[in-house]
Design a binder for this molecule. Structure first.
Ligand SMILES: Cc1cc2nc3c(=O)[nH]c(=O)nc-3n(C[C@H](O)[C@H](O)[C@H](O)COP(=O)(O)OP(=O)(O)OC[C@H]3O[C@@H](n4cnc5c(N)ncnc54)[C@H](O)[C@@H]3O)c2cc1C
Length: 246
């Protein structure tokens, strides 16, 4: 990839929950935007006169497939300049400029351990990309457990796809923690009241070296997860990988 910045146009927008939308952009030009599942791009949005104040990063939510279409899964943040722009101004055909994919949050070429993906809200985006990449390319792997947290049933993102992956990949387990639901509905997957932490504390209480934890989301959840895994449960630093959204 020789270019540093790319131009793209929004080709599709869909609601994924009452506060989250999926945006697809088609890259313009012939050069293929190559990326590793789990990476992000930085967008230059018309929200400030100052260049660096216009930049917002978003994980690429789809798996790499050379199509030059990137998907972003974005939650509206009250008063947030970038997300308000996305939710109020961006339409089909809007131009979006972005920097070439970056970041080190991607799986090793050879997956030799069980993987635990821990996320809240749109922090699920890089894991969706990784999971479809593993499935589409038949990448050898061990057990994979996706633990997703949100407040209510309405906030569960990509639920149908993860149910589908449970059927397609027997080594894949999917669990959801809901922090604001009093009564839990019947689901095909494990559903728990409260936060993501109780789920991995339950399933991974026996410390093993053949498991890696990948965590994505906002700092309060990540700080708590890292503290619990290392200080309370006794996992090593090298077994914990995270992507901080802010
Ligand atoms: C590597 C990376 C990947 C990211 N990927 C995604 C993604 O896939 N989807 C996505 O929705 N966001 C993602 N983000 C977050 C995104 O870059 C923006 O920070 C977010 O969309 C808010 O931007 P804004 O301009 O609306 O708010 P701003 O006006 O920039 O922010 C307002 C303030 O709120 C804080 N804040 C931002 N989001 C939250 C939150 N949810 N909870 C609490 N405080 C918050 C910010 O730190 C800031 O102080 C990612 C961030 C990084 C660094």
């Amino acid at each position: 990839m020789t270019k540093k910045w790319f131009d793209s146009k929004v080709i599709k927008i869909e609601d994924e929950s009452s506060t989250t939308k999926r945006f697809w952009v088609q890259v313009e030009g012939d050069e293929i935007v190559d990326f590793k599942a789990g990476q992000f791009v930085t967008l230059d949005l018309p929200i400030s006169d100052k260049r660096t104040k216009r930049w917002r990063s978003y994980s690429i939510a789809n798996a790499p497939d050379q199509s030059n279409i990137l998907e972003f899964c974005i939650v509206l943040l009250k008063g947030g300049a970038g997300t308000t722009y996305f939710f109020e101004e961006v339409k089909i055909g809007t131009s979006i400029k972005f920097k070439k994919p970056a970041g080190g949050f991607y799986l090793p070429e050879k997956i030799e351990t069980d993987l635990v993906f821990i996320c809240t809200g749109t922090g699920v985006a890089p894991f969706r990309s990784m999971l479809w990449d593993i499935y589409n390319n038949e990448i050898p792997h061990k057990n994979i457990h996706l633990i997703f947290g949100t407040r209510t049933v309405d906030g569960i993102l990509y639920e149908k796809e993860f149910e589908e992956l449970m059927e397609k990949m027997p080594e894949f387990k999917y669990s959801v923690a809901l922090s604001r639901e009093e009564v839990l509905p019947e689901k095909k997957y494990e559903l728990a009241k409260g936060y993501v932490h109780s789920i991995y504390q339950k399933h991974f209480s026996e410390v093993r070296s053949e498991v890696d934890f990948w965590i994505c989301g906002w700092s309060n959840m990540i700080d708590e997860a890292v503290a619990k895994l290392m200080l309370e449960m006794g996992y090593e630093k090298g077994q914990i990988h995270y992507e901080l959204y802010g």
